[in-house]
Design a protein around this ligand. Structure first.
Ligand code: PLP
Length: 425
């Protein structure tokens, strides 16, 4: 029964694939359809794969256990810090979504970023990183890695000449975010991949702001990291991350002798993997609604005369770059920044908006409710103020992660009321 059901689904799935090869949007759709074509069953035919609630695994023969430790027993699990079946289901789904051969899930987005970096870089190595990235990543590169004498040169990632000239003989990776936090700059991934390949360094891209919208690995990135805490899970009930890469890199990460993931142990709990996997299957619908609502609000803010940062505007410096990389079905993303110039004004506005029911004054993004925070005083507070100003981050910059509001016109009415009350419009 189960076998015949599988055959029908696979036939349908194959037909669908043939359809997409004929579609001019094939490049864009591939990563998305890979995820939704995945068939992951539990051991009893359960449509949600069974949760493997075990740290360790038993063997009938001692030799199989020994083979497992040397990597010679494919399909066997040895210990959940290495692999757990529930984590493998989610990792396979993320590899399908990002279009990589393999993936490994971590206990947070920072877990994915730090594990990847420490796997690639040895003491004395050098990194070229975008100056505008999540504050935690910035602090890790700028402060923490100095413990290992690993230095980072921060550059304007949209200035390809400055990326090239920052590369040194000991540079091991170029690090950026597809859409950077919080400035919403757009990284030209194919161009950065060309630079990386020409200099024999790895291009690592954080795709947290743009899952489904952009598939960095398909555009030349060697490794993609995501904080699944945000859009991918979308429920704000846990922190989680993922490293998506080729088999060789993922196997190296979990090598029992020298793998950074295996030895530092930033693994995700299998219960969380199971719940994130279920949430992922609504990601395409959520991304469309986040983008639709952000598009509406960005235009309303601009019409009202506010200074707005939104990659969907044709005059945004990264608009054309994003357009050439993105899957247009998912729009321009759920993030907007507005600049009210002073931190005290930003604070008052955010407090008013929270009281008016616009959403929550909270960090993070990709939640079904709208979240807003003053980036310079929160998620980018690790970046020194002079550097914030140099990158164009005003002290009054308020970042919105626009939610899934059913009635976004009503949300705008509430925001407009707050802006008017403060005489900002
Ligand atoms: N990458 C980006 C772009 C982020 O915005 C964040 C957190 O805000 C992270 C990574 C870190 O993810 P996590 O909080 O899951 O560790």
């Amino acid at each position: 029964m189960l076998i015949s059901y599988l055959c029908i689904v696979l036939t349908t799935t194959n037909n669908k694939r043939i359809c997409f090869t004929q579609n001019s949007n094939k490049m864009y759709k591939e990563a998305v359809t890979n995820l939704y074509d995945l068939l992951q069953f539990g051991e009893y035919g359960d449509v949600n794969p069974s949760i493997t609630d075990s740290a360790t695994f038993t063997f009938l023969q001692a030799k199989t256990m020994a083979d497992c430790f040397t990597g010679d027993a494919p399909g066997c699990y040895l210990y959940s810090r290495h692999w757990n079946p529930s984590n493998k289901y989610l990792a396979d789904a993320m590899a399908a979504l990002e279009g990589t051969e393999s993936a490994w899930v971590t206990g947070s987005g920072m877990g994915a970023i730090t594990t990847t970096t420490l796997q690639i870089c040895n003491a004395g190595d050098h990194i070229v990183a975008s100056a505008t990235i999540y504050g935690g990543s910035y602090a890790f590169f700028k402060n923490y890695l100095l413990k290992f004498n690993i230095q980072t040169t921060f550059v304007d990632i949209t200035d390809l000449e400055s990326v090239k000239s920052a590369i040194r003989p000991n540079t091991k990776m170029i690090y950026t975010e597809t859409m950077t936090n919080p400035m919403l700059q757009i990284s030209d991934i194919p161009a950065l991949a060309d630079i990386a390949n020409a200099h024999n360094v790895l291009l690592v891209v954080d795709n947290t702001f743009t899952p489904l919208m952009v598939a960095p690995a398909k555009l030349g990135a060697h490794i993609v990291v995501d904080s699944m805490t945000k859009f991918i899970n979308g429920k704000n009930d846990c922190v989680a991350g993922v490293v998506c890469a080729g088999n060789d890199f993922i196997n190296a990460l979990i090598d029992v002798n020298v793998g950074t993931a295996m030895l530092l142990g930033p693994v995700l709990d299998p219960y969380r993997s199971a719940s994130i996997l279920k949430n992922m299957h609504t990601l395409h619908i959520r991304m469309q609604q986040h983008s639709k609502n952000a598009f509406y609000l960005a235009h309303k803010f601009r019409e009202a005369g506010m200074k707005v940062n939104y990659p969907g505007f044709e005059d945004h410096p990264g608009h054309a770059t994003l357009k050439k990389m993105m899957n247009p079905e998912f729009g321009w993303g759920g993030l907007i920044g507005i600049d009210v110039k002073e931190a005290s004004i930003a604070s008052e506005l955010m407090e008013k908006m929270e009281l008016a029911g616009v959403g929550y004054l909270a960090v993070s993004l990709g939640y079904f409710k709208t979240l807003f925070s003053n980036s310079g005083k929160s998620t980018s507070s690790e970046v020194p103020e002079d550097v914030q100003r140099n990158m164009g981050l005003s002290e009054g910059f308020v970042r919105f992660s626009v939610g899934l509001d059913y009635d976004i016109e009503n949300t705008w009415t509430k925001i407009e009321g707050c802006l008017k009350e403060m005489k900002l419009i």
